[in-house]
Design a protein around this ligand. Structure first.
Ligand SMILES: Cc1cc2nc3c(=O)[nH]c(=O)nc-3n(C[C@H](O)[C@H](O)[C@H](O)COP(=O)(O)OP(=O)(O)OC[C@H]3O[C@@H](n4cnc5c(N)ncnc54)[C@H](O)[C@@H]3O)c2cc1C
Length: 295
């Protein structure tokens, strides 16, 4: 690791000289507040065996500025509209500019502001499935959804997950009660269409679920461990998890889960994710939406 020889600040640019021959990112964690800076270039020192100079720039849209510190109406949604479900964008790093700079690194260039030319470049990348520039960013969502939605969601493997454990904690009596009942689609066998108007359906469903929760609590009171008692919880029980992805993986998720063939209950979460992510990646998400007709 290199030794810091000299730092110089001019407006929002830092020049840092170290006596290292290591590759530039290797020493960055040692430079204190560097999360808020981007290396825009590095040059050889006049005495290359002794030093390299790194020019860093304070990010205009750095991680902490872009990330809402607490929940606000703009980053917290109730996708299923029952006052229990939630989808919160808890952290974002990167933006359209990082997509552009990842693509332009091939030519050794870097831009600070998105131009029309850069938006055209983003569209070109999308049209030609040049997907890797969309991977230098991160979005973390905190999700509260029914277990059956989480099961579909977690089939998307190119992401990171951590979920509440009903071995550690007792499941609260929180379950999803649909506001409308749909009929089985006979053409697309996994899908649903129309509505079922039978007023008793909701009663049958609610009574059954409540009986399951009553059994769960009775088993816990009898001394049965949480990890076994949870076996009687229905798949509409709410769970919570953190989902972290990059933009490439997010648009793959959206392509599959905004599709009319996906179950309505996961579609509404996908719609929420698109709405929450768009302000952070407007040009990229517009281009992907155009390509796949996502709405
Ligand atoms: C409408 C719908 C219905 C579905 N129905 C069913 C069903 O009935 N039964 C069922 O089991 N699943 C079902 N699924 C889940 C589906 O098969 C996928 O597991 C899920 O959509 C995740 O997609 P993915 O693998 O592309 O995503 P990710 O797991 O996030 O993977 C992203 C990409 O990485 C690559 N990749 C990941 N893992 C591998 C690997 N092991 N080998 C090679 N490449 C890999 C692939 O290119 C993949 O597209 C359904 C999905 C949808 C959208």
């Amino acid at each position: 690791m290199g030794l810091l020889l000299r730092t110089q600040k001019q407006q929002n640019k830092f020049t840092i000289t170290v006596n290292t021959t290591d590759y530039p990112l290797a020493f960055c964690p040692k430079l204190g507040n560097t999360k808020q800076k981007t290396i825009i270039s590095y040059t050889q020192h006049p005495q290359p065996e002794k030093a390299k100079e790194y020019v860093l720039q304070e990010n205009k849209t750095n991680f902490s500025q872009k990330t809402p510190a607490s929940s606000t109406p703009t980053n917290l949604l109730d996708p299923l509209g029952d006052g229990i479900s939630s989808l919160e964008l808890v952290r974002v790093s990167g933006g359209d500019i990082d997509v552009v700079n990842a693509a332009r690194v091939s030519f050794g260039t870097l831009v600070e502001e998105i131009s029309d030319r850069d938006e055209k470049l983003i569209r070109y990348l999308v049209q030609h499935d040049h997907t890797s520039p969309f991977e230098h960013n991160q979005l973390s969502f905190r999700v509260k959804c029914p277990l059956f939605v989480a099961r579909q969601w977690m089939r998307h493997r190119m992401n990171s997950y951590n979920e509440i454990s009903y071995r550690y904690t007792q499941a609260p009596v929180e379950f999803y009660l649909p506001s409308q009942w749909r009929r089985q689609d006979t053409v697309n066998k996994q899908s649903s269409i129309g509505t079922v108007s039978d007023a008793h359906v909701a009663d049958v469903y609610r009574d059954t679920v409540q009986a399951c929760f009553a059994a769960y609590e009775k088993m816990l009171e009898s001394g049965v461990c949480r990890e076994q008692a949870r076996g009687v919880l229905p798949s509409c029980t709410y769970t919570q998890f953190i989902f972290t992805c990059n933009l490439h993986s997010l648009v793959h998720f959206l392509k599959l889960r905004l599709h009319p063939g996906a179950q309505h209950e996961i579609q509404v979460y996908a719609q929420g994710m698109l709405a929450l992510a768009t302000p952070h990646f407007p040009a990229s998400l517009k281009a992907w939406q155009e390509k796949w007709g996502l709405r």
